[in-house]
Design a protein around this ligand. Structure first.
Ligand SMILES: [Zn+2]
Length: 151
């Protein structure tokens, strides 16, 4: 004899990021599941580590290039010196750009912890996990981004 019990699932809707008072400038957000948030976090952390490694690599290459330039600067004329200065500046701006990207991802992770990351700034819809993984600094969903670009 089987007693069929009425299945009463308690699907408690979890409010993950309770909107704090005072932050009323962002549009209303749809809920994102904890699993999605974790996926984003994992993608961001992977990205950050990748960028950090790239940055460290570039920095050591730059240091090496700089050493080479210093060791063979004997007999340089002004044009050589100018080229070297230019190269040096290029390297610095490259390194700064990379560091900037690392910082962007770090900020994204902070905002993710606060619950303020991954929503379109324009329409308030959640930005797909895949898009955030590819572009951690994305602040617009694809639709809004296309609208922006068309203007
Ligand atoms: Zn949007």
């Amino acid at each position: 004899m089987t007693v069929k019990s009425a299945e009463s699932k308690t699907t408690a809707t979890r409010t993950l990021a309770e909107p704090k008072s005072g932050t009323g400038k962002t549009p209303p957000r749809a809920a994102r599941s904890a699993a999605d948030t974790e996926k984003i976090r994992a993608a961001l952390i992977a990205r950050r580590d990748e960028l950090r490694a790239e940055y460290a690599q570039t920095m050591s290459e730059i240091a090496e290039l700089q050493r080479d330039r210093l060791t063979d600067s004997a007999g340089d004329d002004q044009a050589d010196t100018g080229t070297k200065t230019f190269e040096r500046e290029q390297e610095i701006s490259l390194a700064n750009g990379m560091l900037e990207r690392v910082t962007q991802v770090e900020r994204a992770l902070e905002r993710l912890d606060e619950g303020g990351y991954g929503w379109c700034e324009r329409c308030g819809n959640p930005i797909p996990v895949e898009r955030l993984a590819a572009f951690p600094s994305a602040t617009l969903c694809v639709t809004c981004k296309q609208l922006e670009e068309r203007r």
